[in-house]
Write a new protein. Structure first.
Length: 156
């Protein structure tokens, strides 16, 4: 069928790595010495978009705080807006670098999460992801502590 804009973007940016019976989306290498960056699946991700309208950093007024549930690894990404497409593009970059989450937990409301999931599925149709809730109160506490750390860092 006719290719969509996202198809050309994916073809231009990524390659497919075949390992046994699995396919992994990887970034195209710019030179031979570069390591392969590929999708490594893990179970859950926490994502929170913090509002910094009162103290923007240039055009960036939001911070997306992404945390891997298993490793507690945190990535911060500046955002210009809180549009689902911008958040989905940032998440796609994270997923293609570290692996796609199966469960997306966002405390910005179900409608917003569903919009992000829809955008992600438009960008990467094979990605299977659902909206979830924290299974344990301590899971939410971990992202809350991370958000407090961000507030402290912004003060300095």
């Amino acid at each position: 069928g006719k290719k969509k804009r996202r198809d050309y973007y994916l073809i231009k940016t990524y390659d497919v790595l075949f390992v046994t019976d699995q396919k992994f989306l990887i970034y195209k290498k710019t030179n031979e010495d570069e390591d392969i960056r590929y999708v490594v699946p893990y179970e859950e991700l926490y994502d929170r978009i913090k509002d910094f309208h009162s103290t923007p950093d240039g055009k960036y007024k939001w911070i997306m705080n992404y945390q891997d549930h298993n490793t507690k690894f945190v990535l911060l990404h500046p955002l210009e807006s809180k549009w689902a497409i911008e958040a989905a593009n940032r998440l796609l970059t994270i997923f293609l670098t570290f692996g796609a989450a199966k469960i997306l937990q966002i405390d910005n409301g179900r409608e917003f999460v569903n919009s992000i999931i829809k955008e992600l599925k438009d960008l990467w149709p094979q990605c299977v992801i659902v909206h979830g809730r924290p299974r344990h109160p301590q899971n939410q506490g971990s992202i809350e502590r991370s958000n407090q750390d961000i507030q402290v860092i912004k003060v300095f």
